[in-house]
Design a protein around this ligand. Structure first.
Ligand SMILES: Nc1ncnc2c1ncn2[C@@H]1O[C@H](COP(=O)(O)OP(=O)(O)OP(=O)(O)O)[C@@H](O)[C@H]1O
Ligand SMILES: [Mg+2]
Length: 175
């Protein structure tokens, strides 16, 4: 099975993907490393200290691979059988990102991206997988998240109905 795991930085992609790979024996690919090591990028964004992914080259690399876990910010652009979107409450995210040496601005940008569901929206609007799972990791341990993903692999639909904008009661959605 081809599994992609996406989500805002700090949502827990790498942690969960490693655990899932250990439990299932499915090889895991950490896309940020792969993109850097194999040169699957079109540009380097100095301001953000990030590579701009060459999605075509990345997709080509996975072509023909039938069994993988690919985790990263661009994982949802890859064709797969199951796309997992990890969500985390914006107020929890700074704790997850602590100790990385990110600037307060970078932390705030990620909190805002999670609040606005930037990655989840991308994944929903242009799906590359027939099945999408949406998992709120806020009050779950990585082990619990992996157990949920195992149920998805078995065919169960897992879809947590979270919307941080709605929850905070602001009017962005329906001005
Ligand atoms: N339920 C959970 N699932 C995953 N990670 C969690 C969970 N609860 C706490 N964490 C912690 O959140 C932190 C961030 O996780 P991780 O580095 O896996 O995120 P990431 O999505 O890979 O981030 P990035 O996109 O920057 O690589 C880790 O310290 C991890 O232990
Ligand atoms: Mg990571």
């Amino acid at each position: 099975m081809r599994i992609t795991i996406t989500g805002t930085p700090g949502s827990g992609k790498t942690t969960v993907a490693k655990l899932l790979s250990e439990l299932t024996g499915i090889p895991v690919f950490h896309l940020s490393d792969l993109i850097r090591e194999k040169g699957f990028y079109t540009d380097y964004d100095e301001e953000r200290d990030a590579y701009v992914t060459d999605v075509e080259k990345l997709t080509e690399f996975f072509k023909g691979k039938e069994k993988f876990i690919a985790e990263g910010l661009v994982a949802h652009y890859l064709p797969s059988d199951l796309c997992i979107i990890l969500r985390v409450h914006p107020s929890e995210l700074p704790k997850r990102l602590a100790g990385r040496g990110y600037s307060p601005l970078k932390v705030a940008e990620n909190v805002e991206a999670e609040r606005l569901a930037v990655i989840a929206t991308e994944a929903f609007e242009n799906p590359r997988a027939p099945r999408i799972a949406h998992i709120d990791t806020t009050n779950r341990t990585p082990e619990e998240v992996v157990q949920l993903i195992l149920r998805c692999i078995e065919g169960e639909e897992v879809f947590d109905d979270v919307d941080w904008l709605e929850e905070q009661g602001n009017s962005y959605k329906n001005p």
